[in-house]
Design a protein around this ligand. Structure first.
Ligand code: GLN
Length: 485
């Protein structure tokens, strides 16, 4: 096996045994990126020099006997997490040349454990989308089938991990943006409980929903990355003061006595039969592994899309007000007055989808409409949370599809925003309720497209998600799909 093909756990072992150095591993990833990324377009920025100097430092630390959990492990970072010295574009022209003066807390935590940051990866502009097609710097391809979407918005993260350009990645999930691309590209992706992972240095899309999480090639690696990034952070006022368990201890717990809920509303019409087949097979694997199956109803699921798009767009309209050409990012040079400068900067700097969200959000928040839209949506949000709380009296985790369909062709839905929004129906509720969710590879369609299985849990119940996902991974024992890059 080539070094870049290894999982984090394997690479950690091999480096400890002296099979190769962090510099050699990093070089093998950088060479792979060089070879395939022109077509794949997972990376927006490759930081060759920075990565190599971090790898040299990791090798030095190792020889001094200081071996962090990610010592010498090359990772990619979604381009909305701030990185000192390397551009953070958010996939937008308005931040094309923006360099943050500080690292996001999660980036800092990765560095402290010896991780090597290869660069920043593609995403839908400001994380608004489900395909990564709204990225201003090229559309990433699905590594398993070129011409197909990676999913989004963390499409570059999923593509870079699935295509063996890096060993793991960090993404963000506001309405499914980690779980959905993980499912469509055939990797593991986890959205932690809201408040488990610091959002300091995560560019805000919808602050009450955004959460950072890992994408990886195995459940074990997901647990390792969760160990590194989870912690209370006084720089994020929504971070929760709660001890971080060792998530790797959950891996081998087995399933005896675990109550697995099957939410009936997640298996309704519109679900692709091949996706359903993969998920039903996963349910059977859990049952025969000792889990008890329970039928669950989450009756407000049908309102989650409307509620989410009102809340997320409202918060986005407020958060994105800061991009006015004054403090940072692009500034239009032709304008002849301050007002015109604001107008031109925002008109030229933002893409169509971001403008659509700002318009929806500004409308929903405007006086006279607030009660009818934002307030109503927030009330529905409380009902959705109530559905989960009731469900978790009867079960420990929920199992379901991640998305109603497998990946589709690039361009197929790009001028149909409503179809795109509706495809988020199975991931959004977890964000509205703040509960954790995970996508683990479950199988493939007849044409070889990956299909993930979603596991959701109660607040701070990530350990149970990891426990069940590991069981599925071991029992299904899927081969990595052949790559088409
Ligand atoms: N697809 C959803 C949206 O467009 C979710 C995006 C996300 O999780 N960042 O808003």
């Amino acid at each position: 096996m080539k070094p870049y093909e290894l999982t984090i756990a394997q690479a950690v072992k091999e480096m400890a045994a002296g099979e190769f150095t962090a510099v050699e591993l990093t070089e093998s990833c950088l060479d792979r990126i060089e070879k395939i990324d022109k077509k794949l377009q997972a990376f927006i920025t490759v930081d060759r020099e920075g990565a190599l100097s971090q790898a040299i430092a990791a090798d030095k630390e190792r020889s001094a006997g200081r071996v962090g959990a990610l010592c010498g492990i090359p990772l990619s970072i979604k381009d909305l997490l701030c990185t000192k010295n390397v551009k953070t574009t958010c996939g937008s022209k308005i931040l094309e040349n923006y360099i943050s003066p500080y690292d996001a807390t999660v980036v800092d935590r990765i560095r402290k454990e010896g991780g090597v940051i290869l660069g920043k990866v593609a995403m839908d502009e400001f994380a608004m989308g489900s395909t990564s097609e709204t990225c201003a710097f090229g559309v990433p391809q699905n590594p398993v089938k070129s011409g197909y979407v990676t999913g989004g918005s963390s499409g570059g993260s999923a593509a870079s991990v699935a295509s063996l350009e890096c060993l793991g990645s960090l993404g963000s999930d506001t309405g499914g943006s980690i779980r959905q691309p993980a499912s469509l590209c055939g990797v593991v992706g986890m959205k932690p409980t809201y408040g488990r992972v610091s959002r300091f240095g995560l560019t805000a899309f919808a602050s009450s929903l955004d959460q950072v999480g890992p994408l990886s090639r195995s459940v074990t690696d997901c647990a390792t990355l969760m160990n590194v990034i989870s912690a209370y952070d006084k720089k994020d006022s929504t971070s929760v003061r709660k001890a971080t368990p060792d998530f790797t201890l959950s891996l081998k717990k087995g399933l005896d006595g675990v109550r697995v809920g099957i939410p009936l509303e997640y298996f309704k019409q519109g679900l692709d039969p091949e996706v359903e087949r993969v998920v039903q097979n996963g349910i059977e694997v859990l049952r025969s592994g000792g889990a008890e199956l329970v039928d669950i109803s989450l009756p407000h699921t049908e309102y989650c899309v409307a509620s989410y798009y009102l809340i997320a767009s409202s918060e986005a309209s407020s958060n994105l007000a800061r991009y006015d050409g004054v403090i940072y990012g692009y500034r239009d040079q032709q304008a002849d007055s301050l007002l015109d400068m604001y107008k031109q900067t925002r008109s030229k700097g933002f893409g169509a989808e971001v403008k659509r969200r700002i318009l929806i959000g500004t409308y929903a928040l405007s006086s006279g409409y607030y009660d009818a839209y934002y307030k109503k949506a927030s009330q529905v949000r409380t009902l959705i949370l109530g559905d989960y709380k009731k469900a978790y009296e009867k079960c420990d985790i929920l199992i379901s599809p991640v998305t109603p369909t497998p990946a589709w062709k690039i361009g197929e839905n790009s001028d149909n925003p409503l179809a795109m929004y509706l495809s988020d129906i199975l991931t959004i509720s977890a964000n509205l309720a703040g509960v954790p969710g995970l996508s683990v590879p479950g199988g493939f369609t007849g044409t070889g497209l990956p299909v993930g299985i979603q596991i959701q849990g109660d607040h701070f119940g990530e350990e149970k998600l990891i426990q069940a996902a590991y069981h599925l991974e071991q029992e299904l024992n899927l081969e990595l799909p052949p790559l088409d890059i």
